[in-house]
Design a protein around this ligand. Structure first.
Ligand code: SAH
Length: 553
């Protein structure tokens, strides 16, 4: 007899486009299809003459038992679930029935769980990007789970600032759960927290509502709705609900657009989720009313209970009166948006000496929470959480330190000019830095500037090498400074007149900036296009045949 098999198939939200190929194959291979009536109707067009057993919603256990029985009799059976079969679906039940019968993978019938797009994903896609960060799903059905457990999970998720997708939010009979869920959420989240209600995602009767935590119950919520509640940083934008990827922003120096400048951050339009962090004041009329109510409740509690309390409890009550927080310890979760300011510091273009005073200022600026990393290109890479990048730059520059942008920008590293003994060309290095330093480019670009033919700071191993020799310049382009195929730059010009240097360099940089692919280093660009300015590419990579090493014992 043919050995039977059970496919537990998640068919996605319910349209033809969002079901997987494997799910369709499984349905077509099966000679028994079993599922809840509404679901069977949604996939009927994928199957032809098989036996279709549709059952009622609550007959899940008997459906699983029947499926196992049929598979044991040698049939190929598909048990279907909407979304993903492993998310409040049939997969667990099928395994439970099998386990009860002593099933093992080695001896029993074959089982394949076919994954599908769950409601949290299909509904999120219709709302914009509300999930994005740490999230959870909570089913509000207390059919198989005690309400006390569900309540605890809502509380924990609310407290931990998870984005939450509520499945089974409400049915004709079960109407209290979503009201209770809202009440618990409001203890920790602002009433303005974005909420999306998606009914029948990707089905004919699809309906999408954007609302907030305070007003969500004023809209229709039913058996086919998924309720997605944002976290403390979720915001609305142009009829979409967006949760940012994290709670950190980066400031960088030298960007064309500094989206997160502090004065802009404080504007409502720029970061609606981060409002009023400065004042800590209640944000809305609703919240103010709530705060007043809470304070009044506290007052009443004090008046009624003062004589029955321990001193610690009385102190807590008194404190609560001042802070106007409800005594239960309820509080709004507001994960602060932290801004990280990232930049590089060095003592100067040619100067390699950093003074103790400068070190002290740098240490103060970095403080307890910043990081200071010494990099291979002779500078410190600094990261500081701050709201005031301008003040930091000013303080460091006042102490004579060079503050430079990080990332895909023009960098210049000069030698020490033999501690200033060969200082003749320093002004040229400074002029280059003034003209091009910090310019945004497709990829980080390092220019090595060396003050004599020794080139001991290895200018010829940089993206662009400039070597001052006999009052003129030699120019090198396109080293590959790292990796197993590292090679020096191609010498392209010798004895350039000083006046010609900056115009030529500018031309090279502008060509590269305009025509290189994002992330394409200069050597790769030169190799691809074969020409920069009037210079033709020559292969500088080493093509020596390497013997394979004999194997040791
Ligand atoms: N296995 C399913 C969930 C079944 S529980 C999945 O992974 O998606 C049933 C709940 O799922 C419904 O109450 C609703 O909250 C949600 N749901 C399922 N399909 C949906 C759809 N197309 N649109 C919106 N919500 C849906």
């Amino acid at each position: 007899m043919q050995k039977g098999k059970i496919f537990v198939v998640g068919f996605g939200p319910g349209d033809r486009e969002h079901i997987t190929k494997r799910a369709v194959d499984a349905l077509q291979q099966s000679n028994h299809i079993m599922g809840y009536k509404t679901y069977v109707d949604l996939i009927r067009h994928f199957v032809t003459a098989q036996t279709i057993v549709s059952t009622g919603m609550t007959e899940e256990v008997s459906r699983a038992q029947e499926a196992v029985k049929q598979a044991e009799a040698g049939n190929i059976v598909a048990v279907i679930s909407s979304g993903d079969a492993g998310v409040y679906g049939m997969a667990g039940l099928v395994y439970e029935v099998l386990i009860e019968k002593g099933w093992t993978e080695a001896t029993g019938i074959e089982v394949e769980v076919v994954p599908g797009i769950s409601a949290i994903n299909s509904c999120a896609s219709l709302l914009g990007a509300p999930v994005m960060h740490d999230s959870c799903t909570i089913s509000l059905s207390d059919h198989l789970t005690p309400w006390t457990v569900i309540e605890k999970r809502i509380e924990a998720a609310a407290m931990a600032d998870f984005v939450i997708a509520f499945y089974n939010p409400k049915s004709g009979r079960r109407t209290r759960q979503i009201v209770e869920a809202q009440r618990i959420l409001l203890k920790y989240r602002s009433p303005e927290t974005p909420v999306g209600l998606v009914k029948s995602a990707y089905r004919d009767s699809q309906n999408i509502v954007l609302t907030n935590l305070a007003e969500m119950l004023e809209h229709d919520i039913g058996m086919l709705t998924t309720v997605i509640v944002g976290n403390s940083s979720t915001f609305f934008y142009d009829n979409k609900i967006i949760t940012p990827r994290g709670y950190q922003r980066k400031y960088t120096l030298g960007d064309d657009k500094q989206i997160w400048k502090p004065h802009q951050r404080l504007k409502k339009e720029a970061e609606p989720w981060a409002l009023d962090q400065e004042t800590g004041e209640a944000k809305s009329g609703f919240e103010k009313i709530e705060a007043i109510k809470a304070a009044q409740a506290v007052q009443r509690q004090v008046e009624e209970n003062v004589e029955k309390k321990t001193s610690l409890e009385m102190a807590r009550l008194a404190l609560a009166c001042i802070t106007k927080e409800p005594v239960k310890g309820d509080f709004l979760v507001q994960q602060a948006i932290e801004s990280i300011f990232e930049f590089a510091v060095s003592p100067g273009v040619a100067n390699k000496f950093i003074t103790p005073k400068q070190m002290q200022i740098l240490a103060e600026v970095v403080g307890e929470n910043g990081t200071l990393e010494y990099t291979p290109d002779h500078r410190f890479h600094v990261k500081i959480p701050t709201e005031h990048p301008e003040a930091i730059v000013e303080q460091l520059r006042e102490s004579g330190l060079y503050v430079l942008p990080m990332g895909d920008v023009f960098n210049l590293k000069a030698c020490d000019f033999c501690y200033g003994e060969k200082a003749e060309s320093i002004p040229y290095a400074e002029e280059i830095m003034d003209a091009l330093g910090g310019m945004k480019l497709p990829k980080e670009l390092h220019v090595g500037f060396n003050g004599c033919g020794m080139a001991c700071y290895r200018a010829v191993f940089d993206d662009i090498g400039i070597v001052y020799r006999k009052k003129k310049f030699d120019l090198f382009i396109g080293a590959k400074p790292v990796g197993r195929t590292a090679h020096a730059a191609q010498p392209v010009a010798e004895g350039l007149e000083p006046d010609a240097l900056i115009p030529l360099l500018t031309q090279i940089i502008e060509e590269y900036k305009e025509h290189a692919h994002p992330n394409e280093r200069l050597f790769k660009y030169f190799k691809r296009v074969k020409k920069i300015a009037h210079f033709t590419y020559q292969d500088m990579s080493c093509k020596i045949k390497v013997e394979e090493a004999p194997c040791g014992d």
